[in-house]
Design a protein around this ligand. Structure first.
Ligand code: GDP
Ligand code: MG
Length: 324
């Protein structure tokens, strides 16, 4: 069979029957962007929406991948079938098995699916690639789906923030609590992990986070239900803390369901993806228009001071907004 002749619908069917190669190919199509990614989205959309999405974020080198590999053991032991999307460019992930540099998990053995997604170089970038990839994994039957991102950059924070449960990782002796606060991560955290708790200063790191949480409470940023994010201490080299972390994730999931907040989270996720998609299309239309003869005429008119900057941009977007 010719590689390009297989439709997303056929690929999805094969993927759902347990063929990991087909899962990888669907994810590649998503990364490619364009019409074929749109087709994959249309095909996987009706079969997705049920998987738990867990976002895990924190500075590069804080041990996210290592922590995830320990978490995967707990999750698979619980009889679940997890998948990981890593958008951390510092993690040397392949479609196969590498997570962290000391703790490795053989994905094929456990039925876990691990995949890295390029942060650059595909249409729509992270904001579209991640939801598209999550939808594929969800439609194939993976649950939960873990997204690992470095907690720098607004898009990464946004992607993480739309997970059902967002975990923020900090380390001892690094002032991570303060950094997390600055990056806006404190507000999106449902659970904190002080990873590398085997290192000196772990208790101080915990206290810093507690203090930050106290302060955010004072400024009124706390959960409307009064829930305070728990802080889990973890040593991902030996796996301690991973069972506690999974319990905290499950408890948070139950909290979302019992308070009805799950609906809001998922609506926010749908809204964020729709916003990215629409923005992407508007920008493409804008690029096309500004480089057309009519667009160049508007640029000329602006340069010649025939029209004001506002009038120029109005003229430019008018035909785009009128399209139906
Ligand atoms: N001492 C210690 N080192 C850790 C721990 N977790 C991860 N590491 C190490 O920290 C480094 C970065 O880990 P990695 O998982 O790749 O971090 P990531 O960039 O956040 O994904 C690696 O050398 C890990 O072995 C931990 O709990 N304690
Ligand atoms: Mg990593």
């Amino acid at each position: 069979m010719k590689r390009d002749s297989v439709s997303p619908t056929d690929l999805l069917q094969v993927a759902r029957s347990g063929n990991r190669h087909a899962v990888g190919r669907l994810l590649s199509l998503v990364e490619k962007g364009g019409t074929i990614a749109d087709e994959v989205a249309a095909t996987t959309h009706p079969l997705s929406g049920d998987a738990r999405i867990i976002g895990i974020t924190g500075p590069p080198g804080s041990g996210k991948s290592t922590l995830v590999s320990q978490l995967l053991k707990v999750i698979t032991q619980a009889g679940l079938k997890p998948a990981v999307i890593a958008v951390d460019p510092s993690s040397p992930l392949t479609g196969g098995a590498i997570l962290g540099d000391r703790v490795r998990i053989d994905a094929t053995d456990t039925g876990t699916f691990i995949r890295s997604i390029a942060t650059r170089g595909h249409a729509g970038g992270l904001a579209l690639g991640v939801p598209g990839g999550v939808r594929v994994l969800d439609a194939v039957g993976y649950d939960p789906i873990i997204i690992e991102t470095v907690g720098v950059g607004q898009v990464e924070v946004d992607v993480t923030a739309t997970a059902d449960t967002t975990i923020v990782v900090a380390n001892p002796g690094t002032g991570d609590a303060v950094q997390a606060n600055k990056a806006g991560l404190l507000e999106v955290a449902d659970i904190f992990v002080v990873n590398k708790s085997d290192l000196a200063g772990a208790d101080d790191a915990r206290r810093d986070l507690e203090l930050m949480l106290d302060l955010s409470h004072m400024t009124g940023q706390e959960d409307p239900t009064g829930r305070r994010p728990p802080i889990v201490m973890a040593n991902s080299l030996d796996g301690s803390g991973s069972i506690e972390l999974w319990s905290a994730i499950v408890a948070h999931g139950n909290h979302l369901v019992s308070t009805g907040q799950i609906k809001g989270r998922r609506a926010a996720r749908a809204r964020a993806e729709l916003h990215s998609r629409a923005a992407d299309r508007l920008l493409a239309a804008l690029d096309q228009t500004i480089d057309s003869p009519a667009g160049r005429a508007i640029v000329d008119a602006l340069q010649n001071k025939d029209i004001s900057p506002t009038e120029a941009s109005d003229q430019l977007i008018r035909p785009i907004l009128r399209q139906d």
